[in-house]
Design a protein around this ligand. Structure first.
Ligand SMILES: Cc1cc2nc3c(=O)[nH]c(=O)nc-3n(C[C@H](O)[C@H](O)[C@H](O)COP(=O)(O)OP(=O)(O)OC[C@H]3O[C@@H](n4cnc5c(N)ncnc54)[C@H](O)[C@@H]3O)c2cc1C
Length: 391
C-alpha cells in the first residue's frame, strides 16, 4: 500500500495512488484523468509543512523529479525553474548564472514549488517572502492541459499561483524575479530574553537581516545577524552564526530535532508586545516547554493570502517536540496571536475555521473565485482545503 508522511510524522496518508511525476506531459495526463474519474490530487513537495496540506486518500503526486533551472535571463534577473527543485539545489544552480533568491528561510530542504505555495519566508526588514518573487507559473490543470500565467499575462490567475496552497493544479515550473548573486556575513551572540526584547528595534534597524531564538527554560536568546558583504567567502564554512559565504551557503541551518510549529505574523509595530505576551505565557503556564520561540521580520507584499500582505510584518513561532501534544501550548499561544491581529503561516499549525481565515485576508474571496474557475470540480482540494472553502 502507498504511504506518505510529512517531515515530522505528524501527518500520514495512505493514498490509493502515489504517482511519481517525471514530465510535464505526465502531469497533465494525471490531472485530466483524475478529474474524469472524480478523484482528488494533492502534490507533495518536500513534505515540510506542519499543516495538513498534502494528506489525501486518493492521489498524491510526488514532484521531486521535476528539478533544475530551465532558463535564466541575466538582463531581467529572472529565471524559469522546475517546481520540484529543492532550494538547496536551486542556490548553486542559480549562482552559475550569477543570480540568487532574494531571501531564504531557516532551512533549504523544501522544494521551491512547496515553499512558494505557502508563503515561506526568511528574515529581514526589506526581505519579502518567496511567493512575492513569483512572476509566472506553468501548471497542469484539472482539464488535462498546461496553463501558463504571469503578472502581465493573466495576472489574476498568477495572483493565485504565487501562493496557491497546492490548490490550482500541478505546478511544473515557476518564473522567479531574482537578484545578482551576493555574499552574506553572519554574526551571532547569546544574551537574555529580556535584553533581546529590549534591543529589537535597534537590531532590526542596524542589520539587513536579524532574528532571535528565545529558549524558555534558560531565558537565553540566540541573536543572529546577516549582513551583505564584499568580503570573500571563507571555506570551509564556519558553524552557524559565523559564516561568510554566498547567500545560499549562509541562509540555511540544520534542524535536527523533529518538531511541530505554529507561527503567526503580526504587524511590525505589534511584534514586541506580542512576543512579550508569549514569553510571559510560556514562563508562567508552560514551564516544561524547552523548544525556542523565534522572532523574525518580513517585508510587506501584494501577494493574495500572504501573511505579509499590505503590512511590514514580524513573525513569531512556537515549537513543540513530537513526543508531546502541542495543542495546549499552541491553542494558548493562538489566543495571544489573534489578540495582536495575527495571520497564521499556511505551512504551520493553526486552529482557525474558514470565517476566521477569511477575516484575515482581504483577497480571500477573489482567491477562491479564481481557484474555483480553474478547478470547478475541486480535483485539487483535499479534506483540509474543502473545510476552509467558502460555503
Ligand atoms: C524544519 C522546518 C523549517 C522550516 N523553516 C521555515 C522558514 O524558515 N520559513 C518559513 O516560512 N517556513 C518554514 N517552514 C515551513 C515550510 O517552508 C513550508 O511548509 C513549505 O511549504 C514546505 O515546502 P515543501 O516543499 O516541503 O512543500 P510541502 O509541505 O510538501 O507542500 C506544501 C504545499 O505546497 C503544495 N505543493 C508543493 N509542490 C507543489 C507543486 N509542484 N504543485 C502544486 N502544489 C505543490 C502542496 O500540495 C502543499 O499544499 C519550515 C518547516 C520545517 C519542517
Amino acid at each position: 500500500m502507498a504511504h506518505w508522511s510529512n517531515w515530522s510524522g505528524r501527518h500520514q496518508s495512505e493514498p490509493s495512488r502515489l504517482h511519481f511525476i517525471r514530465t510535464e506531459e505526465d502531469a497533465a495526463a494525471l490531472a485530466g484523468r483524475a478529474r474524469d474519474q472524480t478523484r482528488t490530487i494533492r502534490v507533495a513537495g518536500g513534505g515540510h509543512s506542519h499543516a495538513p496540506l498534502v494528506p489525501n486518500n486518493e492521489v498524491i503526486a510526488d514532484i521531486s523529479a521535476l528539478s533544475g533551472v530551465i532558463s535564466a535571463d541575466p538582463d531581467t534577473q529572472r529565471a524559469w525553474v522546475r517546481a520540484g527543485t529543492p532550494i538547496y539545489a536551486l542556490g548553486p544552480s542559480l549562482h552559475q548564472h550569477g543570480m540568487a533568491l532574494p531571501n531564504q528561510g531557516d532551512i533549504d530542504r523544501q522544494t521551491i514549488g512547496g515553499a512558494c505555495a505557502t508563503g515561506t519566508h526568511g528574515t529581514g526588514r526589506g526581505a519579502a517572502n518567496l511567493s512575492s518573487a513569483v512572476v509566472g507559473a506553468r501548471f497542469a490543470t484539472a482539464s488535462g492541459e498546461i496553463e501558463e500565467c504571469g503578472l502581465t499575462n493573466n495576472p489574476t490567475l498568477c495572483s493565485v499561483a504565487r501562493l496557491n496552497l497546492g490548490s490550482i493544479g500541478i505546478i511544473t515550473a515557476l518564473e522567479l524575479q531574482l537578484r545578482r548573486s551576493y555574499r552574506l556575513a553572519e554574526s551571532a551572540f547569546v544574551t537574555t530574553g529580556t535584553e533581546a526584547e529590549a534591543r529589537i528595534a535597534e537590531l532590526m534597524a542596524d542589520n539587513d537581516r536579524f532574528e532571535f531564538y528565545w529558549s524558555p527554560q534558560t531565558d537565553q536568546a540566540f541573536v543572529k545577524r546577516m549582513n551583505e558583504t564584499e568580503d570573500p567567502a571563507e571555506y570551509p564554512l564556519a558553524s552557524e552564526g559565523k559564516r561568510v559565504g554566498w547567500s545560499f551557503e549562509v541562509y540555511p541551518s540544520h534542524r535536527a530535532q523533529l518538531h511541530t510549529e505554529m507561527e503567526y505574523s503580526v504587524a511590525m509595530p505589534d511584534g514586541p508586545a506580542c512576543f512579550s505576551a508569549i514569553k510571559e505565557l510560556i514562563t508562567s503556564d508552560f514551564p516544561e516547554v524547552e523548544m525556542p520561540v523565534e522572532y523574525r521580520s518580513v517585508a510587506s507584499d501584494d501577494v493574495w493570502l500572504s501573511t505579509a500582505n499590505g503590512r511590514e510584518t514580524v513573525t513569531i513561532s512556537v515549537h513543540r517536540d513530537i513526543e508531546h501534544d502541542e495543542s495546549p501550548l499552541f491553542r494558548a499561544c493562538e489566543e495571544i496571536f489573534l489578540d495582536h491581529g495575527g495571520r497564521p503561516h499556511w505551512g504551520k499549525v493553526n486552529y482557525l475555521d474558514r470565517e476566521q481565515l477569511a477575516r484575515r485576508h482581504a483577497d480571500w474571496d477573489r482567491w477562491w473565485k479564481t481557484r474555483d474557475e480553474i478547478d470547478p470540480a475541486g480535483t485539487f482540494l483535499n479534506a483540509y482545503m474543502r473545510s476552509i472553502r467558502p460555503s
